[in-house]
Design a protein around this ligand. Structure first.
Ligand code: 13P
Ligand code: SF4
Length: 349
């Protein structure tokens, strides 16, 4: 087995030899051993934009999860190849909405509400779902522009179907002043709409999906922090449940979380409700502040963590050997519709 030092040396050597023909974007949830080699780091929106505007790289080794690599493939040209260092780096949330379930839901919802619904999908979704949304006039959103995109969606149609994260959808709609009674949940396993009150008053149809990492932050965690550290600020990702976001002090995307801590005063105290690699990195970067995970067990994203140094090296070596592994290639027909949804977002946010 190769030592870590040797693997790191090899990665450095390949990066040097390939120069600008190689581009390595890294999501904030990636491991330190990988992020140290990223050419850029960012949240989902930043990485999509940076990959899409990079015209020099022939190979983009995406250190993130599958849906991000698909988005990069859709936004780059045909002579650029996106690689995912480990195919097991999926996203359980993205897998919660498949195209058959979505098409069935769409038909049933249109029977109830007629042509009054615009679909929006969180970028944490498969290319197939983005294509469905693009075909039906809708757009993608990320956690940093969800509010703006929902506002836009309401200029198009009376109602929104929000896929696949019910929490980001609910939190964002609530911020826009839509009461919870005007939100319903679509259960794709029972093909049924769950709601209270008058069905025709419903404005937001939330797909019943969630992030298994962010669901681990609870009201009990918040109560424990408030009891132990009366001055601590609680900062969470909007993939957390409504009650958690409600009781926290601030919420926002991964780059929002990073910016908040950069602006924070020396000696300030923070409990962070997001993936553990990011929390660890923040703690390292801000030793003048007290930073803890909102859930003391820390909450790793297992699929983000699949990308490790050996897989990164394997992927890079395959480029030099001219025998690439794990290329991500979205079918042309799907990509043509998915890009409509992505561009409607990129034009506005
Ligand atoms: P952002 O980086 O856009 O906040 O997304 C978080 C996430 O869960 C990515 O999988
Ligand atoms: Fe998916 Fe959640 Fe992991 Fe993000 S943190 S990749 S939403 S499972």
């Amino acid at each position: 087995r190769m030592s870590t030092v040797e693997m790191e040396d090899r990665v450095r050597g390949i990066k040097q030899r390939l120069g600008r023909s190689l581009f390595i974007p890294g999501h904030h949830y990636q491991r330190e051993e990988v992020i140290q080699f990223a050419d850029v780091t960012g949240d989902s929106l930043q990485l999509a934009k940076l990959s899409g505007s990079n015209r020099d790289a022939r190979h983009i080794v995406f250190c993130g999860v599958h849906f991000m690599a698909e988005t990069a493939d859709i936004l780059t040209s045909n002579d650029q190849t996106v690689l995912l260092p480990d195919m097991r780096a999926g996203c359980s949330m993205a897998d919660m909405a498949d195209i058959h379930q979505t098409e069935r839901a769409w038909e049933k919802l249109q029977n109830i509400f007629g042509d009054t619904i615009l679909p929006l999908t969180y970028v944490n979704s498969t290319a197939n779902i983005k294509a469905f949304v693009g075909r039906n006039g809708g757009a993608t959103v990320t956690s940093s522009n969800a509010k703006k995109m929902l506002q836009w969606a309401f200029t198009q149609k009376e109602r929104i179907l929000f896929l696949p994260d019910q929490h980001l959808g609910r939190n964002t709609a609530f911020d826009l002043g839509i009461p919870l009674e005007q939100m319903a949940v679509w259960d794709p396993h029972r093909d049924e709409l769950i709601y209270d009150g008058d069905i025709q008053e419903i404005k937001v149809l939330l797909w019943k999906g969630h992030c298994s990492v962010h669901e681990n932050f609870t009201v009990a965690n918040i109560e424990a922090v408030r009891a132990e550290y009366p001055n601590m600020k609680i900062l969470v990702h909007p993939e957390c449940r409504r009650e958690v976001v409600e009781l926290s002090d601030y919420n926002g995307s991964t780059s929002y979380i990073i910016n908040m801590l950069e602006k924070a005063a020396t000696g300030s105290e923070w409990a962070i409700g997001t993936e553990s690699n990011l929390v660890k990195r923040l703690r390292q970067a801000h030793q003048d502040k007290k930073i803890i995970s909102l859930n003391p067990n820390m909450c790793p994203c297992l699929t983000m963590n699949r990308i490790d140094l050996p897989h990164l090296l394997w992927s890079l070596e395959s480029i030099e050997a001219d025998n690439i592994v794990n290329p991500i290639r979205v079918e042309a027909e799907i990509a043509a519709d998915a890009v409509l949804a992505l561009e409607r977002m990129l034009q506005r946010a």
